[in-house]
Design a protein around this ligand. Structure first.
Ligand code: ATP
Ligand code: MG
Length: 214
């Protein structure tokens, strides 16, 4: 049978994907949190998983090193989606892309007055488009994590980051001031693989589609 490789990140995406894989008859044989293996076998001889950084999932699928994968909309917008077919919103790993500022900062009036804002974020493309659409001038500062720190030490006026409970913002005396978009994870498929391996990929796609929580 044609073999397929599925790219996933560990943590919340793996946890939320395991039930969907199970619905497709695929059981993962190793626990990625416990094991150091980066290639995980499944109960189906022709299906294997690879564990990569969340932001690297689209790259593995784009180049066909993985036939399919699961990636957040946040990551897909930064990647651009070249070479990827995105047939399904899986409605997992849900959160919101938000603008956040220090509690004492008056974002509305800064925007109204046409102030130039310094924005720290991992999501430079998404942030650039958001502020351009609003007509707000920004200097974007690219960070790779812990964005919440930036306004506290004077690196930025505001951040663009993912928010779910809001607890991290609160713990750092920040507040969400604007929603940019809701975020969830999508199934992505290499466009060539979909044509060449349709016999294996389509049943997985159908099972995921039937198992999605609306
Ligand atoms: P890394 O930790 O490897 O640098 P990451 O922080 O992007 O990368 P995760 O924290 O595992 O990786 O997040 C993976 C995906 O889960 C994100 O791309 C996003 O779509 C989603 N996600 C991130 N933060 C949250 C959150 N607070 N609540 C729900 N989903 C989230
Ligand atoms: Mg993380």
């Amino acid at each position: 049978m044609t073999a397929i490789t599925i790219a996933l990140s560990k943590g919340r995406i793996f946890e939320d994907t395991a039930p969907l894989l199970r619905a497709a008859g695929i059981e993962v044989l190793d626990d990625p949190e416990a094991s150091r293996k980066l290639i995980l076998a499944t109960n189906r001889d022709h299906v294997r998983l690879i564990i990569v950084r969340a932001s690297d999932v689209p790259t593995y699928v784009q180049y066909g090193a993985a036939d399919m994968g699961i990636a957040g909309k946040d990551v897909l917008l930064e990647h651009g989606g070249a070479g990827l077919y995105q047939p399904l919103d899986l409605n997992i790993a849900r959160c919101r892309m938000m603008v956040a500022t220090p509690e004492g900062f008056d974002y509305e009036s800064a925007v109204r007055q046409g102030a130039r804002l310094r924005i720290a974020t991992k999501y430079v493309q998404t942030a650039r488009e958001h502020f351009a659409a609003k007509g707000v001038h920004v200097d974007l500062i690219k960070l790779y994590g812990s964005m919440e720190l930036a306004p506290l030490v004077g690196l930025a006026d505001a951040i663009v980051d993912l928010v779910s409970s809001g607890n991290t913002l609160k713990a750092n005396h920040l507040k969400a001031v604007e929603e940019i978009m809701p975020i969830s994870s999508r199934l992505i498929i290499n466009q060539a693989a979909l044509k060449l391996k349709r016999n294996v990929i389509q049943p997985v796609l159908d099972a995921f589609s039937a198992a999605i929580e609306k």
